[in-house]
Design a binder for this molecule. Structure first.
Ligand SMILES: [Zn+2]
Length: 431
């Protein structure tokens, strides 16, 4: 395993140190052995008394909490403190910025916290190449410049398109990390289903994907815009006040921004409406279940409903909808503001747009009483990862993905078996 050592500036200038009192913190050495561990080492000193405790404070972008790790340090006036962090159980992906600081306390009761410094987590097993702009950065390690550029350009075009049609913008730069194969990707995960070929971390503005250098351009131009759209959607709709938008809106928005034609999906939904197999849109919230055909239809319905918003109310309508959600409206309120329809009315209008008979919105097609999925509750939930599968068409996925005890709380399988000639697609999402 390659070990990359980075010496980062966490040096406190003398003047500042004098102002801060007797405690000083030197330059931090970070030894990166991700995904196993990241080690931190620093010389600290107190002019007043022995150093008693040294804590490393870590804040991962998108997290509302700060981790505190107690460092090893001999209680002297000038100890070297060191501590190791295992980022995988914390669900920390490569590509995410992490800010660290040292909190030092001496035996005389003096406390000093060093200024925060930021580094970006890299998988130390590979020699990464980077293409960076103000709004986007791409990391890859296999494939030439043209390959990296193709990912960057697809992401850039998708982001430009979303921005032009939105009142919202991104606060955090979007980071896209590309692994060349499933095994390398899986090695960076604490736990992963073997069919999973990518994962998005919207709250961290990071997506980690498996894209081999020989991937078809078509596939890149679907999966990268789709992932960028999830990251953009999160930043466009999320605040501490906002409700979690339903899956159909998030997935529909992401699918809508793929560059490929959506003819097949839109036709699938019209056919389902005509044959009485349409699944009520209300059920496209939270988990999409595990049945591949049902998951496929729910994805297509999500795309269809979002397409209906664009066709009926234009880009301004969608922009207003996202803005209303960001301002704290729930879905009913946001739809009412933009379309004049509440969710029930919106479903009816969509149904008629699909060619359905007025007043004949479908009842669920399964046996027994229909499961009623409640609309999202107004909690500020963390957004667990969204995942996509490998682009390799020769990878055999189980026909029905098996749901899955991910170590992340409350992550449910939503699936997205979009079987096309270039392979299957699956996604994870929060309920
Ligand atoms: Zn998705």
């Amino acid at each position: 395993m390659g070990v990359r050592v980075a010496r980062l500036l966490a040096f406190t200038p003398l003047a500042a140190a004098l102002l801060q009192g007797p405690i000083t913190v030197g330059q931090t050495t970070i030894t990166n052995e991700y995904p196993e561990r990241i080690a931190f080492e620093v010389r600290v000193a107190s002019a007043a008394a022995n150093v008693e405790t040294v804590d490393l404070l870590l804040t991962v972008r998108g997290d509302t909490t700060t981790r505190s790790l107690r460092a090893n340090a001999v209680p002297t006036r000038r100890p070297i403190a060191w501590v190791e962090w295992d980022p995988r159980p914390d669900g920390v992906p490569p590509g995410v910025p992490v800010t660290y600081a040292w909190k030092v306390r001496d035996a005389a009761g003096n406390v000093f916290t060093s200024p925060g410094e930021t580094f970006i987590v890299e998988d130390a097993r590979f020699a990464w190449r980077t293409l960076e702009g103000d709004d986007l950065a791409v990391w890859w390690y296999r494939g030439d410049d043209r390959f990296g550029r193709s990912i960057f350009d697809a992401a850039n075009r998708a982001l430009d398109r979303m921005r032009r049609a939105s009142t919202a913008d991104i606060d955090d730069r979007l980071h896209i990390v590309i692994y060349a194969d499933d095994e390398s990707f899986a090695g960076a995960q604490d736990y992963v289903q073997e069919w999973v070929g990518g994962r998005a971390y919207p709250s961290m503005a990071v997506t980690v994907q498996v894209v081999p250098p020989d991937a078809e351009a078509d596939w890149i131009e679907d999966v990268i815009p789709h992932e960028v759209a999830h990251l953009f959607f999160y930043q466009a709709t999320h605040t501490a006040l906002s409700y979690g938008p339903p899956s159909w809106l998030d997935e529909g928005y992401a699918s809508y921004h793929e560059f490929s034609s959506h003819h097949r999906d839109l036709r699938l939904v019209r056919d389902a409406a005509a044959s009485g197999e349409l699944i009520p849109l209300r059920l496209a919230s939270g988990s999409f279940g595990v049945d591949a055909a049902r998951v496929d239809l729910l994805y297509a319905e999500s795309l269809s409903a979002v397409t209906f918003v664009y066709e009926g109310w234009g880009e301004n309508g969608m922009a207003s909808l996202l803005e209303a959600l960001r301002q704290g409206a729930d879905l009913d309120e946001a739809l009412l503001q933009v379309t004049g329809l509440d969710f029930e009315g919106f479903q009816q209008a969509w149904w008629e747009w699909l060619g359905g008979e007025p007043g004949a919105y479908p009842t669920p097609p399964w046996e027994g009483p229909a499961p009623r999925t409640p609309m999202p509750t107004p909690t500020d939930r963390p957004v667990p990862p969204t995942t996509t599968p490998s682009p390799r068409s020769d990878v055999v996925f189980p026909p029905f993905p098996i749901c899955c005890p991910l170590p992340l709380a409350a992550v449910a399988f939503i699936g997205a078996a979009r079987v096309r000639d270039r392979g299957a697609r699956r996604s994870w999402h929060s309920p």
